[in-house]
Design a protein around this ligand. Structure first.
Ligand code: PHE
Length: 518
């Protein structure tokens, strides 16, 4: 049996014949320190062999000075012993104690001036001298110090030798405390009683039941630790979704629920052709300026698009078609080939519409609903609500019956599902939609209308060159992802949501956003 188990059993044995034990007494009887005993008590208590109650007790403890006296002698007694029988002058007595009358020290290092100070030993001497007189060891007469009696005992030391019998609160205790030879300390200890699983011998508590124990029947002789069903598992450290990604996921689930399919958006660099030209956006349009658009330098130009498509787009810009006169300018092929970071997800939609038009040629007409959610880039001045990159959510419905009313209906349904019921539509202008509508929603924190999106019916000037049949309508809308995310996570400055100021801890702890539809 190891020492530890030995101690555990000794504690249990002591408890067998008595109602309760003080941990102080137990530690003394086992000759171990109290801290060590507490370890055994914890083990016994968790197995319900014992119950403990924490208690406190004040006790008298020797100070460092008290201990020194106990191990040698008191200051007054030392003086008493040094005084010769025939008497001595103060100066001579002090000399016997090695006290110099004046000690000179340099004030500071490198300081030439010296300062006179009292020998530090003198203070101690004066204290002892005063006590020696008070205790009646010595007297002073006309400058001569002499002993009062012969072979007197060191009373203070004698008292300290009786220290263990001195009661807290007694006059003796008070004297020792006054003389700073003893002080009151508090000890924390335990009252130990039998627990409901008490037994005089401790049986090791096993943490798990094994196949062997079941097979050989050992389990009958073993005790098992009870299982703490409330214990929390260890936190697993793993990646966490950024708030934008959480909202993005919710939005895509809503759109999928409304029957939309996701478009491939895995391309940040796009040619001006798909971002602007295919959308009937003239080459002189201010949005195509380097102030608003990031142009790429390497590679500066994109691959050639289908030349037939290119020529159709060129003619539509220059002279028009489908009842339009176009923009009446010289369309530049080179300008259309310039690579840029896409400025809106409508670049993805235009490419998708071209693909659908081609499928129509092979398979005939079918209606389609698409969405995309991804990053776009604009050369913005950074502030609390703007970054040079952000996300757009875009929806496109290709349907012969698609109408402005249907567009408003879908937008209302989408916002209803994220808890926004108050919506307003305002006519606006887009080069690629007619009619066009800005979407406004009620901001629950700012308590006012804010612009939340843009929408419209794609123009025939855009759809015809892409190859879509004239009787097919396409309605579409685009929204930002950042604004609703900031509202739902109560983020006031976009720079604390995206970029180096993001606090990883908030990303870890913020909830998976659940929009409430009303
Ligand atoms: N592309 C527009 C924007 O970036 C949004 C939009 C999409 C408008 C589709 C109409 C139709 O603001």
């Amino acid at each position: 049996m190891d020492q530890k188990q030995d101690h555990t059993n000794q504690i249990l044995a002591q408890l067998e014949t008595t109602e309760s034990l003080s941990s102080l007494d137990v530690a003394k009887s086992l000759a171990i320190n109290h801290q060590e005993l507490v370890g055994y008590l914890l083990q016994l208590e968790s197995a319900n062999y014992i119950k403990t109650e924490g208690l406190k007790q004040d006790y008298l403890q020797l100070t460092e000075e008290g201990n020194t006296i106990l191990n040698s002698q008191s200051g007054e007694y030392e003086i008493y012993q040094k005084v010769p029988n025939e008497g001595i002058s103060m100066a001579e007595l002090q000399k016997l104690f090695g006290i110099e009358q004046i000690v000179k020290v340099k004030q500071e290092q490198g300081d030439k001036k010296e300062k006179q100070v009292e020998d530090p030993k003198k203070k101690q001497f004066d204290l002892g001298f005063g006590n020696a007189k008070k205790m009646g060891y010595i007297k002073m007469d006309k400058g001569i110090i002499s002993k009062v009696g012969n072979d007197l005992p060191d009373k203070i030391k004698q008292e300290l030798q009786q220290f263990n019998n001195i009661k807290l609160g007694s006059a003796q205790a008070k004297l020792l405390i006054d003389r700073k030879l003893a002080m009151i300390s508090t000890i924390k200890y335990f009252d130990i009683k039998k627990g409901n699983k008490y037994a005089p011998k401790f049986r090791e508590q096993l943490a798990s039941l094994t196949t062997e124990q079941l097979l050989n029947g050992d389990w009958k002789n073993c005790d098992y630790k009870s299982i703490n069903l409330k214990a929390e598992g260890e936190k697993i450290s793993m990646g966490n979704l950024h708030p934008l990604l959480k909202v993005r996921k919710q939005f895509s689930q809503i759109l999928i629920g409304l029957g939309f399919e996701e478009m491939p958006t895995n391309q940040f660099v796009e040619s001006s052709f798909w971002n602007f030209d295919a959308l009937f956006q003239p080459q002189k349009h201010p949005a195509r300026d380097a102030h608003d658009t990031f142009f790429c330098s390497d590679p500066e130009y994109s691959e050639e698009v289908d030349t037939q498509l290119r020529d159709k787009v060129k003619i539509m810009h220059q002279t028009g078609g489908v009842g339009s006169i176009g923009y009446q300018y010289e369309w530049s092929h080179e300008e259309a080939r310039k690579n840029i970071l896409r400025t809106h997800t409508t670049a993805v939609s235009s490419k998708m519409l071209y693909r659908i038009a081609q499928q129509y040629k092979e398979k005939g007409y079918f209606p389609k609903k698409y969405f995309s959610i991804d990053k776009v880039f604009r050369n913005e001045t950074l502030d609390a609500t703007h970054l040079a990159e952000f996300h757009q959510i875009e929806g496109v419905v290709v349907d012969k019956n698609a109408s402005l009313g249907q567009l408003m209906g879908i937008i209302r349904e989408f916002f209803r599902q994220i808890g926004i019921n108050k919506l307003w539509f305002k006519p606006t202008y887009n080069p690629y939609t007619e009619p066009s509508m800005e979407i406004y929603g009620y901001h629950p924190v700012l308590k006012k209308k804010v612009e939340i999106g843009n929408s419209g019916v794609f123009r025939p000037e855009m759809l015809a060159p892409l190859g879509l049949p004239e009787d097919v309508n396409v309605i579409a809308w685009g929204l930002g992802l950042e604004r609703p995310t900031m509202i739902y996570y109560d983020i006031r400055d976009i720079r604390t949501m995206v970029g180096p100021e993001v606090k990883v801890e908030t990303v870890r702890s913020n909830p998976f956003c659940v929009f409430e539809s009303k």
